[in-house]
Design a protein around this ligand. Structure first.
Ligand SMILES: [Zn+2]
Length: 265
């Protein structure tokens, strides 16, 4: 979690020197300001200062941050100098953004204009379960499976969590959002699952981290359901109006037809 590490390195620090190696920010200078916090919103990184500014950046596929304290590397690996985009220094820490994208400095009150199209981030400091539930419920006719993967509803759920969450809530991935009994309980559970796993490599939803025991249904096609013994089913799920191609949420979906009754393909 880059934002988490950057916060550890720069949070509370007074910026003594900044350098923006981007034409549009060539004259920008954040020195003299204190970094109050660094937070992630999806893949957006927001660095906030004590006088109400936010420096926004995005890692895309190739960007990264490194930091060192008193010359000792805190995190990140070395990069060629021409990848350097942003340097932020405090008395002890030098943080460097390499190949970071979409760097902008805006008033903190205008942050939402940059990231507002994303739903609440499950691992962010501003997670709000009720906002995520409201966004999901704004499309009641949509299938719940793809709706959970849509970052505009809530940011952070991948295909594994989608499958596991629906199993744990006893909901068919093909059910419509409007037919799911308790959407707030779904977003609360998503939060608990992601928080539990945030600091480990494996994604475990069963509470059992032995190999082959870590998930209820994900990648267990045709194996017996751990609860009822019914063979787990697998099918590609895509939304009817989008078609197989061009649908970013078309993924292999795993479910137990007995524990998750309702529509199926
Ligand atoms: Zn079952």
């Amino acid at each position: 979690m880059t934002a988490h590490k950057l916060h550890g390195a720069l949070g509370g620090g007074l910026l003594t020197r900044t350098d923006f190696r981007l034409p549009e920010l060539a004259t920008a200078d954040l020195s003299g300001r204190t970094v109050t916090e660094v937070v992630a919103h999806g893949k957006h990184i927001l660095l906030r200062t004590n006088d109400g500014l936010t420096m926004h950046s995005h890692l895309m596929m190739d960007g990264s941050w490194t930091a060192s304290r008193n010359g000792k590397r805190l995190f990140g690996s070395s990069h060629p100098a021409h990848h350097l985009r942003v340097v932020l220094e405090t008395a002890e820490v030098i943080a460097q953004g390499h190949r970071i994208h979409d760097v902008r400095i805006v008033s903190t009150t205008r942050e939402s204009e940059l990231v507002g199209h994303l739903g609440p981030d499950l691992l962010g400091s501003d997670w709000d379960s009720s906002v995520a539930a409201t966004r999901l419920l704004s499309t009641p006719d949509r299938m719940i499976g793809p709706a959970l993967l849509d970052q505009r509803n809530l940011a952070g759920i991948g295909n594994l969590y989608k499958c596991e969450l629906l199993f744990l809530r006893g909901v068919s991935p093909w059910a419509t959002v409007g037919s799911v009994p308790n959407i707030p309980a779904m977003t609360d559970l998503a939060y608990r699952l992601l928080r539990t796993n945030r600091d480990r490599w494996e994604q475990v939803t069963t509470g059992n981290n032995r190999p082959g025991q870590q998930t209820w249904v994900y990648e267990r096609g045709s194996k017996p359901c751990r609860r009822c013994g019914t063979p787990i089913r697998r099918a590609d799920q895509h939304e009817p109006d989008k078609g197989r191609l061009g649908d970013p949420h078309a993924r292999s979906t795993y479910w137990c037809p007995h524990c998750q009754p309702g529509p199926s393909p």
